[in-house]
Every structure is written in structure tokens, then in C-alpha cells.
Write a protein that binds this ligand. Sequence first.
Ligand code: MV4
Length: 451
Amino acid sequence: MFRRILIANRGEIAVRVARTCREMGIPTVAVHSTADRESTVVRLADEAVQIGPPPPSQSYLNAAAVLQAADQTGADAIHPGYGFLSESPDFADACEALGITLIGPPASVMAVLGDKTSARALMSRAGLPLLPGSLDPLDAEAARDLASTIGFPVIIKAAAGGGGRGMQVVHGAAEFVDAFRRTQATAQMLFGDGRVYVERYLAKARHVEIQVLCDGHGNAVHLGERDCTVQRRHQKLIEETPAPNLPDGLAERMGQAAVQGALAAGYVGAGTFEFLVDPDGSFYFMEVNCRIQVEHPVTEMVTGVDLVREQILIAAGQRLRMTQDDVHRRGVSIECRINAEDPAQNFAPTPGTVDEFVPAGGAFVRVDTHVYPGYRIPPNYDSLLAKLVIWAPHRDEAIERMRRALAEFRVRGPRVSTTQEFLAAVLNDPRFRSAGHTTSLVDELLGEEHP
Ligand code: MV4
């Protein structure tokens, strides 16, 4: 087992990782920016190293500073959490070169899956269903002709993108070439890689993803699905498992497809296969996320599997401790992301001091947070304050429990707003309650145009 794990992240996920390491008896090193000197993970970890000023580029994204902290403290493994360096093949390469284990898939797998066009090609060969679209990068005119063949609307996506960044929906051939060039320019700006591809666009679909675990010995299982349909501008607001109201057997077929794709990719570690589900019951592969995800707790709540523990055991070379037949899921879990944002101001972040912080409690309620009374929300990072996660035997009870917990959860500060009221409005919406909602739900609730 590892001598010492460095946690290359901040906020709730750093705390989440530190807790499992403590339970496993593995000492931890927290790295932090100057803005996070007083953070919860600094208090929970065995050691802390300051790695730079608040801007992420100079701290949590600074690979050299993180690796130096690992060297200095004798850490032989790094848990990258989500975001920051978690899906960087260059960082994974650097770790490999130094003999430090990055807790995640190998650099080569990250590189193939991080390029959405090579991921599409690989998954197509592995037999996963894809939306009609391009496998190779195209020039604007060839792409327009392909789009006309596919039929509009289509979506143009950055090869280096993911998670909804660098995407553009196009409704007709007349707007296509301009939109294509704009998306290329945006992709170049965001990722330093202007390659884009085209896919048929499903305006109303469900976003359903499959959690997989793969060891380095050719064994893979899936831990079921998560429904992440409730999103605003590609930020997930509410996630739940099981995905409600899917045709019989569909989630299981998606699980098998994800395992097949993971084995074809030589995947190692915890990963997520994202799919779109059409109202007609078809499903389509979108992308693979090579990291632990924000919404992983709902899977933990219904399976009893600590995904961070499994990540660490796999990274240490152990065989999976479960076969598919050992994976049992029970009941329903829902997660609400409580963000320091003002829904009345277009969800603008509200940095400030949290004077009052009383998390929800009670039976079957889990709160993953780094926040405490007096916590100062830095303006430099994402605005997630807490993940409120509940479990119940059935979806109706789960929604009622979440409504209760959300109402109980008190976050107050002079300039601090939260997304709590908006989350409650979604939970009350008849479309959400009947699980007839699609990716357009949040835009409709906000009276915004849905692409
Ligand atoms: C799509 C799509 C419809 N058609 N691709 C967004 C995140 C990224 N991983 C995939 N995403 C989508 N890709 C095609 N071909 C719909 C989404 C999508 C979405 C789009 C608009 C508004 C909300 C959404 C929520 C989830 C997924």
C-alpha cells in the first residue's frame, strides 16, 4: 500500500479523499494555495504544503509545484480529485516519469479518451452506439455537407472539450459554416486545439452516465447509472440514481456497453461513461470521464461501495474485490449541489463570508462539504459549497427527504446567496416529479431559450 498520498485538490473533494485515506490508515499531504490556508483539508490532513497564490494556474494547476510537494513529503501517490490536473495526460506522464502513482487511468488512456474524436472512434470499434456524426476532423464545407446528410439540428463540439465546454448547436445549413469557424476559434482559445467534430443534436434527451471500476488485471464492473439531466449551462444541479422512468433493461444494457468500452480502452481505475438517452429509448455514447466525479456519492449510497477506496486499491495494483454479481443496488439516492451563486443574477458567484452554516442532518442524509461557520468563499474557484445527498427506499420518499433536508440546510452571509431555492423549485416541478423531464427542464423553468 502507499506510504503517503498527496491530495492535489481543494474544497469538498479534498476532504472526501482525506477521510477515506484516514480510514485506510494512509497518511495524507494536503497542498493548498494561500487562499486556502485555513481550509478544512489542511486541518484534516497529516501535513500541508502551500504551493502558490490563489489563481489556479499558479497553484492547483501548477504541476511542478504539486510534484515538488510530493517529492518533499515523500508522497508516493497523488489523488487528483476532479477538475484541475485530474484528466491531464501531461501530468499523468510526469507522475509516471517520477515513479509517483497518479490515482487514475494511465496517461495513454487519458490521452485517447480526452480527445473526444479518438474516444468516439475507439468506442465505435468497441460496438457502442454513437450518434451519427464525424469520426475525423473535417474542414468547414465538408462538415456542412455531412451535417446536411445527418440532418439538422447538429452540434459542433471541440475534440479537446468535454463537459459541454466548446459546443455550439446549429439549426440549418445557412448558419453552419460561420458557427463551425466560431467553434474552431473558441476551441483554439480554450484548449489550444481548434479541432472540432459534428454530431446530430438531440434537443430533448436524458443525460445518463455509468460508473465503472476496472483493475489493472483485465477485470471490470459497472456500478449502475446516474441521471444527470438537471443541468444549467452544463453545470449539473441535481443527480440521482437509479435513472427514473427508463425503459426496462435499458440501464443494464448501458452498463454492459460501458464495461465493454472500458475493457476495449484498457481503462484502469474509476471512470464514467456518459450517454444520451433519446425519448424513443435509444442510447448513444458521448464521452468518458477519467476521474472521480462530483456526483459519485449517489452511487456510493445505493451500492455501499466507497469509490475513493476502490480507486486507491486499484492504483496500488490490487485486483477488484467484486464481480458484477457482487454489485447490489438498493433504493434511491439524490444529490443536490449547493452553490454560492445568485439565481436572480444569472447564477453569478457570490464570494463572501459564511457566518452561519448549519448543514442538514437526520437519517439517510449525507453532507460532503469543506465549509464551516466563518468560512470565506474565495473568488478564485468553483462555487460549490456542499453536496447534500440523501437515500430513501423509493423515489417519492427520496424527493420528500431532499425537500426536508434542503429546507433545513442554513447558509447565511452578508453577500452570500445559494442555489437552494432554485433546487427546491426543481424538486417541486411536476415534470421532475413524474420523471418526464429532459435536458431542457432548467432552461424552461428559467424562461431561457433552450438550444
Ligand atoms: C449533446 C446533447 C445533445 N445532442 N450532444 C452536454 C455535456 C456534454 N458531456 C454532452 N452534452 C450534451 N451533448 C448531442 N449530440 C445534449 C447535451 C446535454 C445538454 C445540452 C443542452 C442543455 C442541457 C444539457 C444537459 C445534458 C446534456
